[in-house]
Design a binder for this molecule. Structure first.
Ligand SMILES: C[S@@+](CC[C@H](N)C(=O)[O-])C[C@H]1O[C@@H](n2cnc3c(N)ncnc32)[C@H](O)[C@@H]1O
Length: 212
């Protein structure tokens, strides 16, 4: 495929092709064949208008940035953002595409250290695109520990999505079990059908820090 052909394709198609290539390179950590639709991205992000200046929104696994674009458009003035992306190509693309936003190249499992190094506060929201249904259990556990160890205790909320077809998989159930043990409040929204494939949005709040 020539550079010229790439340049005349709409961004959505270019992102789809690039995303699929990254999936072929790292199927487990990319965990999807296409980026999320704007409908799923909006459902994942929800409302951000209650956040106050100085508060922090963290996004896990932004990929090509469908949810990042929604966050950018909804983020109230003074509210901070940090995206954490493991894949170097996605990280590079995000830095180019969203020049006013901050991105860390690394693993969401290291959130406690990443926030400390950057002098950032406990996040009010963690919005995740991580493919928990295809992550190894040690990574899953480390990410869950990091969420519980970093989220604001009283009003912090973690949101993620899980594909309907993968909802019953052992790794997906394991993740939800871990989260139910560590959070007092859980809500499932959807399925969001205007996404390939359809997905549920999962919301968790009131982390039980004492069990961390
Ligand atoms: C299912 S894709 C979702 C991408 C994007 N959020 C979307 O909805 O289209 C999963 C993303 O998580 C990233 N990822 C996987 N493991 C990660 C980790 N431990 N820390 C940070 N990002 C990770 C992948 O590189 C990929 O960008």
């Amino acid at each position: 495929m020539t550079e010229r052909t790439d340049a005349v394709r709409p961004r959505r198609v270019r992102d789809g092709v690039g995303f699929f290539r990254r999936f072929l390179a790292s199927p487990g950590s990319v965990g999807a064949v296409l980026p999320s639709s704007r409908y799923l991205a909006r459902a994942l992000v929800g409302r951000l208008d209650t956040l106050q200046p100085g508060e922090l929104v963290v996004e896990y696994g932004p990929g090509t940035g469908p949810a990042t674009a929604v966050i950018r458009d909804l983020l109230p003035p003074g509210v901070r953002y940090l995206g954490i992306e493991l894949d170097p190509s996605f990280h590079e693309l995000l830095v180019r595409r969203f020049p006013t936003m901050d991105f860390h190249h690394g693993s969401a499992a290291d959130i406690v250290d990443i926030l400390a190094e950057r002098g950032l506060p406990a996040p009010t929201r963690i919005l995740s695109g991580l493919p928990f249904a295809s992550l190894p259990s040690d990574v899953q556990t480390a990410v869950v520990d990091g969420i519980v160890g970093s989220l604001r205790p009283d009003d912090g909320e973690f949101r993620t999505f899980q594909y309907v077809h993968a909802y019953g998989l052992k790794a997906a159930r394991r993740f939800r079990l871990l989260m139910r043990e560590r959070f007092a409040t859980f809500e499932r929204v959807g399925p969001i059908v205007r996404n390939v494939p359809p997905a549920f949005v999962l919301r968790y709040s009131h982390p039980r820090r004492d069990e961390a």
